[in-house]
Design a protein around this ligand. Structure first.
Ligand code: ADP
Ligand code: MG
Length: 313
């Protein structure tokens, strides 16, 4: 007999031991109840992944469960929020038990790592669509917003740029190289920079996570802060695989356009730069003059590249 809605929730998602002290009531009632610590703001975000838009048909469900949670935790990280709880809305074409088992495995692997409770959700039938809503806490006044960049601030990022974009090209069969596995891993299982986001509280003036391409996402900081910026090509952190891709194809804007890296891009005022510990790369500087420029091969040019946007084609 096929698994019905409530059996499915019971079997794959409910009944887990609570890992986070804020959860007063989890799955099973009309709402969950969270006990948000005094003096904190609740940071709330949601991200959806749709088959054939955000992932290829036939993608490994274990990776999908992991990535769906990771992209939401990345949004919390970019605000300097500590993740506490998530809800999960699943729209499934049918009940495929082995798919659900693998999906839950990837999802709960990452949830357990950060001691996050799944506290509720919704389950419906329809075209495969996966949504997580994530909640985190951040002390009042310490959230990292997009609007806090000022001229003279350094622009920094965590990790490396362009590997997920390269991973997508490899997954689609558009490019092949010897470090195939690393790039695919970065595309399939992005690391949310949760600890880095927490460490940037009271240091970064602004922060965003790179989900739709560095040029576009940094553009959001520039717009909301009413400033411009200049990136330094030589300082951009590329892996060996991305360097090889650029050398082979000449396509140097790929790492600036491609999404899915889920690294943090943030700005730090000069007087706070000494407080920055950990491995970050300084990639440019915030300027008065609007627009995004790049200093490359001895000249400075306007960077006109588009990231990913829905409804734009
Ligand atoms: P309601 O009809 O009140 O919205 P449901 O009957 O849809 O509630 O769900 C029953 C319980 O299971 C609720 O606590 C809901 O939050 C939870 N739930 C439903 N789907 C999921 C899911 N995919 N993951 C986690 N919890 C879920
Ligand atoms: Mg209800």
């Amino acid at each position: 007999m096929p698994t019905a809605e409530f059996d499915l929730i019971e079997r794959f998602f409910a009944g887990k031991k609570s890992l986070n002290a804020v959860t007063e009531l989890g799955i099973g009632d009309d709402c969950a109840l969270l006990n948000v610590p005094a003096g904190c703001r609740l940071a709330v975000t949601a991200d959806t992944m749709v088959e054939n838009v955000h992932f290829l048909a036939g993608a490994d469900p274990c990776d999908l469960g992991y990535k769906l949670l990771a992209v939401n935790l990345s949004d919390l990280a970019s605000m300097g929020a500590e993740p506490i709880a998530v809800t999960l809305a699943l729209t499934l074409p049918d009940v495929d038990e082995s798919w659900l088992e693998r999906f839950a495995e990837g999802f709960f692997e990452l949830a357990a790592h950060y001691r996050i409770d799944l506290v509720g959700g919704d389950t419906t039938s329809g075209p495969l669509t996966l949504t997580v809503q994530a909640m985190g806490v951040v002390p009042e006044g310490q959230a990292l917003r997009r609007s806090g960049a000022r001229p003279g601030d350094g622009i920094y990022m965590t990790g490396k740029l362009g590997d997920a974009g390269l991973g997508l090209k490899i997954a689609q069969g558009d490019f092949c190289n010897t470090q195939r596995h690393d790039s695919l891993e970065r595309f399939n299982r992005p690391k949310p920079r949760v600890e880095e986001g927490l460490a940037l509280r009271n240091i970064a003036g602004s922060c965003i996570d790179v989900s739709d391409g560095l040029a576009q996402d940094l553009g959001h900081i520039l717009k909301q802060s009413s400033v411009g910026a200049c990136l330094d090509w030589e300082s951009l952190p590329f892996s060996g695989a991305v360097k090889a891709y650029i050398e082979t194809t000449g396509d140097w804007t790929m790492p600036l356009r491609a999404g899915d890296d889920y690294e943090l891009c943030f700005t730090v005022p000069a007087d706070k730069a000494a407080s920055l510990t950990g491995s970050y790369t300084r990639i440019g500087v915030i300027e008065d003059s609007p627009g995004l420029r790049i200093h490359r091969l001895g000249t400075t040019e306007l960077l006109r590249v588009q990231g990913f946007e829905h409804f734009s084609h």
